[in-house]
Design a protein around this ligand. Structure first.
Ligand SMILES: CC(C)(COP(=O)(O)OP(=O)(O)OC[C@H]1O[C@@H](n2cnc3c(N)ncnc32)[C@H](O)[C@@H]1OP(=O)(O)O)[C@@H](O)C(=O)NCCC(=O)NCCS
Length: 137
């Protein structure tokens, strides 16, 4: 029997409940802790979600400063669906969404190992900094 590859449906600002998001994040992030998403999404410019057979398999959140800048947050693809271009599609659609909403710059930060993913998705290298605020070291 061959491998069945389901169609992926990308939706902008689709309603997403806590159970679906926490389930996806628990499968994708080893340190994920269950959380309520409404306070996060309340600050969102928009989200792009990927579904296969109506199951949430990918997500990215776009936040904004309300001006020219948008920030790509939490790009996530279910482990069972990686390396099929879904992450790239999520990022490209997030960039289009931010552009449509009047933003001129899309920012992201990431671990060095993911540089090939972000370069392939259209980002160019830029020096940036990040500070952890909930730790003393
Ligand atoms: C990062 C992530 C979203 C990528 O999703 P994906 O759907 O697998 O990515 P794509 O299939 O679009 O990858 C496109 C290309 O990016 C590169 N790439 C993807 N994942 C990579 C990884 N983990 N390491 C290095 N390069 C990677 C490859 O060049 C890949 O092309 P190839 O498959 O032909 O080699 C997914 O691995 C994920 O959810 N990771 C856990 C959460 C996370 O770390 N998110 C990013 C936070 S900054």
């Amino acid at each position: 029997m061959g491998v069945v590859i389901s169609m992926v449906d990308y939706r902008i600002n689709s309603p997403l409940d806590d159970a679906a998001l926490n389930n996806l994040f628990a499968r994708a992030w080893h340190d994920h802790a269950e959380r309520e998403w409404a306070p996060v999404l309340a600050h969102s410019l928009g989200v792009v979600a990927a579904f296969a057979s109506d199951q949430l398999i990918g997500f990215v959140n776009v936040a904004t400063d309300g001006g020219e800048h948008a920030f790509l947050l939490d790009p996530t693809v279910d482990v069972a669906h990686r390396r099929r271009g879904i992450g790239t599609q999520l990022v490209r659609r997030a960039a289009a969404l931010a552009r449509e909403r009047g933003c001129k710059w899309l920012h992201v930060d990431y671990e060095p190992a993911l540089a090939p993913f972000y370069r392939a998705a259209g980002f160019r290298d830029s020096l940036a900094g990040v500070m952890r605020l909930d730790a003393t070291t």
